[in-house]
Design a protein around this ligand. Structure first.
Ligand code: FAD
Length: 288
């Protein structure tokens, strides 16, 4: 089923994101999460990829997607980055996905690595989406958006205007970068709607349950930290059990507000942790 169709059927579409593990124990842990995830009844599960292409040093994105589709029977959203790909690389990947019955693709540029050669075939996610749309009409296309704007964009307005190009290229659904203050999401959505972007948007939320997650997550996402969040971290930084509970509570509060505030969808960055995903789900299931 194409992801866009879920938004026509449900008031708020629940989805999860996982990443391909690098080791066999990691893959077993992820399979456990994916089987447990069935109880949460998410409409789709997205699977990230490395910036250089679909695979990682470990389990390939396409293998996780096939497991989600065939074993767990949930719709996978398979991420593809284009920054390091030639047209030939992309065609190989797309033909493989098509043969595996994958129908939904998250079109991404990927972060530019100055140490790697830059293929000029696809400079932006919109180039990737336009190519797939033209040559492979069977895929549903999603794209990324950034409530606090992409770091390369001069402003939120400029970033939103570039999203319009993504929509015109054939993207029919957006997933947002994570954020810790819903005000940023509502402001972004308001601007996007005023710019004429009508696509459904899944709001991305990541529960922060460990101190080690904070620095990495914040630097990768460029999300700013509201005072309520930093107070929680400083209060519990030396008390892992309390930080875990407070992190779940924070994410649940954010998600409940988003659902009640009318978000088209909520996207849980589950970090391959079944227990965290289940606890967050328990806190929001009555609203879904
Ligand atoms: P683009 O849409 O190309 O945007 C990049 C910059 O270019 C922005 O500043 C934008 O305003 C501008 N721009 C966009 N289109 C145009 C245009 N046509 N003309 C001029 N300027 C334009 N990375 C991974 O490596 N693997 C993943 O699995 C992955 N999953 C992600 C999932 C989500 C939900 C999000 C939000 C990000 C994800 N990323 C992933 C990170 C992403 O690859 C980086 O943020 C990357 O730097 C930008 O990718 P993009 O697809 O948003 O690029």
């Amino acid at each position: 089923m194409l992801i866009r169709q879920f938004f026509a059927q449900k008031k708020c579409v629940l989805s999860l994101e996982v990443f391909p593990p690098k080791t066999e124990p990691g893959w077993e842990k992820l399979q456990h999460l994916l089987r447990e995830a069935k109880k949460m009844d998410p409409s789709f599960i997205s699977i990230t990829c490395s910036a250089g292409g679909s695979g990682t040093a470990g389990i390939p994105t396409s293998q996780v997607a096939a497991f989600v589709k065939n074993e767990v029977q949930i719709e996978p959203l398979t991420h593809i980055t284009c920054v390091g790909s030639s047209e030939a690389d992309l065609n190989d990947n797309l033909q493989h996905l098509m043969a595996s019955g994958i129908r939904n693709i998250m079109c991404l540029r990927g972060d530019i690595n100055p140490e790697l050669p830059l293929h000029k075939d696809f400079l932006h996610a919109s180039d990737l989406a336009a190519y797939i749309q033209k040559h492979y009409g069977c895929f549903g296309l999603s794209g990324a958006c950034y409530p606090q704007h992409h770091p390369e964009a001069a402003s939120l307005l400029e970033d939103v205007q570039n999203l319009k190009i993504k929509e015109e290229a054939g993207v029919t659904h957006l997933v947002s970068q994570l954020f810790f203050d819903n005000m940023h999401f509502y402001r972004f959505l308001n601007l996007a709607r005023r710019a004429g972007i009508t696509l459904p948007v899944s709001a991305g939320v990541m529960p922060i349950v460990k101190r080690s997650q904070i620095e990495r997550t914040v630097s990768l996402s460029s999300a700013s930290l509201p005072s309520e969040f930093t107070r929680m971290i400083s209060r519990y930084q030396d008390d892992p059990a309390s930080l875990y509970d407070a992190g779940i509570d924070y994410a649940v509060k954010q998600l409940r507000d988003l659902i009640e505030g009318g978000a088209d969808g909520i996207h849980l960055y589950a970090m391959n942790d079944a227990a965290v995903a289940a606890k967050v789900y328990d806190g929001i299931r009555d609203l879904l």
